[in-house]
Design a protein around this ligand. Structure first.
Ligand SMILES: [Zn+2]
Length: 271
């Protein structure tokens, strides 16, 4: 499932070819993905020039010179294929510029596309209540301290709440808490200020490292089949139940279920 680093890598990959390009042709191969394609999507994009690409949480943003932004979400299995040699099953939306072709492929169709006035993006329902970007300047220890104050819920669950930090998924919350040496079960309001400082650094580090790893897959964009692979980073705790913690710790990675989802952590070094 595409997490924030995959979305960021996708956006950067698309920007290489699409930024500043004019969309000559738009093709829809079915009426919907998770939701129907927006009415007027083809007309809104055909002939428009792409003025920039961006990301908010796990949403990709394609801005055009018509003051309209196409927002896309990759759902569970969505990916963009660049210059595919041939049409593939599950290519639901195809954009063509003078030199390139871009196919939004999504076998499970949990992804979707929306069209939003660029000036009103922040008011778009999915974005309106969203907390700060984990890689942006607004995520600070002070922000977390205020947001988590007096909260009795486990810190792990609070970090998955998009109103507190936007776009953090299960993998990166587990990994960041490990690096910050915080027990994921700890009541959020009891996490100390020094621990929150470590946590902000850890969140940025795990995401940036994963984006960096993903950068090496960018060359795949140039392949004739244009497949974008998702990358498996080396995780310290995620999916490592029963395996040894990282040296010098002699602990063993444990798995618990919180809010219906697995959490991996080391009880020895995460307090
Ligand atoms: Zn450990």
């Amino acid at each position: 499932m595409p997490e924030l680093p995959e979305v960021e890598t996708t956006v950067r990959g698309l920007a290489r070819y699409l930024d500043g390009a004019r969309i000559e042709r738009v093709q829809l191969n079915r009426p919907d993905m998770r939701f129907p394609f927006p009415e007027g999507l083809v007309q809104a994009l055909t002939g428009a020039t792409v003025t920039g690409l961006g990301r908010r949480a796990k949403y990709g943003l394609l801005h055009t010179d018509r003051d309209t932004t196409m927002v896309f979400h990759l759902g569970m299995s969505g990916r963009w294929r660049i210059d595919p040699a041939a049409f593939a099953k599950h290519d639901h939306l195809v954009l063509e510029t003078k030199d390139h072709r871009f196919a939004l492929n999504d076998a499970r169709r949990f992804g979707f596309v929306s069209l939003v006035d660029t000036a009103r993006l922040e008011e778009w329902p999915a974005f309106a209540a969203m907390g700060p970007e984990p890689l942006g300047p607004e995520l600070t220890p002070a922000h977390l301290q205020a947001a988590l104050k007096d909260r009795k819920q486990a810190v792990k669950l609070m970090l998955l709440d998009q109103r507190i930090v936007a776009g953090l998924g299960n993998i990166y919350v587990c990994e960041a808490l490990f690096r910050a040496r915080i027990d994921p079960r700890k009541p959020a309001g009891q996490v100390t200020r020094p621990a929150l400082e470590r946590l902000v650094t850890a969140i940025r580090d795990v995401l940036e490292q994963s984006i960096g790893d993903g950068g090496s897959t960018l060359r795949d964009y140039a392949r004739p089949d244009g497949e974008l692979g998702y990358f498996a980073s080396r995780f310290d705790v995620y999916g490592r139940e029963g395996e040894p913690c990282r040296p010098p710790c002699i602990g063993t990675v444990k798995r618990v279920v919180q809010g219906g989802r697995s959490t991996w952590f080391c009880p020895k070094c995460q307090k």
